[in-house]
Design a protein around this ligand. Structure first.
Ligand code: NAD
Length: 250
């Protein structure tokens, strides 16, 4: 057994029904963890569970991360199912529509910030008490390189993801002596359905800025997150890990 082994770990993965979240679930299960997939899309949740169940214990909860009652109920149900929660991966997110900042629809701004930033806060608020009770934990927040660089035509997304980086740093310090590490990942483009929300022009622009001249794969994101969820990640907290194919700036 090595410290990447996640046997006896129970992991909440928001947005776990597809894309990066699904690949993370697969990875954590392969490392021995049990997982609870939290997603707003119930049909996708059930399909994910059916595909993953041969790898281990897969619990699901239909959750809207923007809802205080929904996240609290899911945390309570997950802890009741497994007996404890030790890992939380805040991955649920949307891209929103692309527009110049002064042309962004206010409703779209609020929705992106609500899901991508407030959602991370609410899931942490509901689950951290369980991690503290467990006496050990790992939290991984999926931010974006947009939160470091500020993507043009995506001020709502960039601001929300910058907020996730700030939240990660605050929480990391608050939990630094509690045996709980809190880190975030800042991917450039990873090939998933989220790209369907963007224009081809926007997608081409983003690829052109990646030195490796390709998008990342969900497995490459899951690999880094798997390490951040493990006991091997023991002296990094409040840290930001790039996953960008060498990309410097947009
Ligand atoms: P995706 O669209 O493939 O999957 C996102 C999942 O989140 C979906 O299953 C969706 O149902 C769920 N979700 C959306 N709103 C929700 C809500 N209110 N409550 C609960 N679940 C909700 O997206 P993805 O590409 O896998 O992205 C995952 C995360 O990675 C997001 O936070 C995204 O911002 C971030 N990210 C993605 C990329 C990329 O290029 N794919 C790059 C940087 C960061």
């Amino acid at each position: 057994m090595n410290n990447l082994d996640l046997t006896n770990q129970t992991a909440v993965i928001t947005g776990g029904a597809r894309g990066i979240g699904y690949a993370i679930a697969q990875r954590l299960l392969q490392s021995g963890a049990s997982v609870s997939l939290w997603d707003v899309d119930d049909a996708a949740l059930q399909s994910a569970k059916a595909k993953l169940t041969s790898l281990g214990d897969v619990h699901t909860a239909k959750v809207d991360v923007t809802s205080e009652s929904s996240t609290q109920a899911a945390a309570d149900a997950t802890a009741a199912h497994f007996g404890y929660i030790s890992v939380v991966v805040n991955n649920a997110g949307i891209a929103g529509t692309n527009a110049k900042t002064w042309e962004l629809d206010v409703t779209d701004w609020r929705r992106v910030v609500d899901i991508d930033l407030t959602g991370v806060f609410l899931v942490c608020r509901a689950t951290i008490p369980y991690l503290l009770k467990n006496g050990y934990g790992r939290v991984v927040n999926i931010a974006s390189v947009a939160g470091k660089e500020g993507n043009p035509n995506a001020a709502h997304y960039s601001a929300a993801k910058a907020g996730v980086i700030g939240l990660t740093k605050s929480l990391g310090k608050e939990l630094a002596t509690s045996n709980i590490c809190v880190n975030c990942v800042t991917p450039a483009v990873i090939e998933t359905d989220i790209l369907k929300q963007l224009t081809q022009q926007h997608i081409d622009y983003m690829r052109s800025k990646i030195p490796m001249n390709r998008f990342g794969k969900v497995e490459e994101a899951a690999s880094l997150v798997g390490w951040l969820c493990s006991a091997d990640c023991s002296f990094s907290t409040g840290a930001v890990f790039d996953l960008t194919g060498g990309r410097a700036t947009y």
